[in-house]
Design a protein around this ligand. Structure first.
Ligand code: ADP
Ligand code: ADP
Length: 230
């Protein structure tokens, strides 16, 4: 059974067709890069996979669970990191534990010891253990994205999604963030989809590449098949 199965997904916003009959399967543990220009439909696809927006047509399965059944945990890394700037890297990473626990627990209880160990382990995975107590607001753009990855890892996700995680970074920081994400995914056997628009950086880290343009899949292949035109 594939880790993710996207079947004939179409998404319309009024008269805009953001995704047009998109289908693909992703096996467990694969690191997939979604490539495509701005407006291609990458964010829409990731938002559907995360259950943030429903498809107009078609369906998505995570394992044998239809999306939205809330049985699978999906971790998400955003272009804008959405960290709480006044909290430490550690406290920010810890908030990942709230997603699984739900809002009620977040209001009523404290993090437990396991959450705290998970947060430290996740910071270690992204090379930030020594920065755990640093205020997120004082960190570099690349470090913030790495904290965002740690926060997603603390969710102990079945699936990791990253929507343009490095588009606001310079090439060096972008490579740095991507290599931590790839390592984290490899270490944990995590199925990962990351959207990128920089083909050069994508090529270095992706195992499989899905090219999207005008809401359609126009490419699906390995690094060897990847040309600069995607
Ligand atoms: P990007 O091109 O970097 O993916 P966009 O600027 O297209 O981002 O979109 C940013 C946000 O605005 C997204 O959450 C998207 O869903 C929303 N959005 C994009 N286009 C429209 C639109 N025409 N009407 C309303 N919301 C939109
Ligand atoms: P990408 O992430 O590749 O830049 P998006 O998924 O953000 O692409 O957008 C795909 C298309 O859907 C664009 O034409 C965008 O304007 C439109 N779109 C995205 N979100 C919305 C929205 N919430 N309302 C209306 N149109 C949207």
């Amino acid at each position: 059974m594939p880790a993710i199965s996207v079947n004939n997904v179409t998404k319309r916003y009024d008269d805009v067709v953001a995704l047009d009959d998109v289908s693909f399967d992703i096996p467990e543990g694969e690191f997939v890069v979604i490539l495509g220009p701005s407006g291609a439909g990458k964010s829409t696809l990731l938002r559907i996979l995360n259950g943030l927006t429903p498809p107009t047509d078609g369906n998505v399965y995570i394992g044998d669970e239809p999306i939205g059944s809330a049985r699978s945990e999906v971790g998400m890394v955003f272009q804008m990191h959405y960290l709480i700037e006044n909290m430490s890297a550690y406290r920010n990473a810890l908030t990942g534990a709230l997603s699984r626990a739900g809002l009620v627990r977040s209001l009523l209880t404290w993090y437990d010891g396991q959450d705290k160990r998970n947060a430290l382990e996740a910071l270690d995975t992204v090379g930030l253990l020594d920065f755990a107590e640093q205020r997120a607001g004082s960190m570099s753009g690349g470090q913030k994205q790495r904290v965002g990855i740690a926060r997603a890892l603390v969710q102990n996700p079945d699936l990791l999604l990253a929507d343009e995680p490095v588009s606001s970074l310079d090439p060096k920081a972008a490579r740095d963030v991507m290599s931590y994400m790839k390592e984290a995914a490899d270490e944990r056997g995590l199925t990962t989809l990351a959207s990128l628009h920089q083909v050069n950086i994508a090529r270095e880290f992706g195992e499989r590449f899905i090219g999207v343009r005008d809401g359609e899949v126009v490419f699906d292949g390995s690094r060897e098949d990847l040309t600069m035109e995607v």
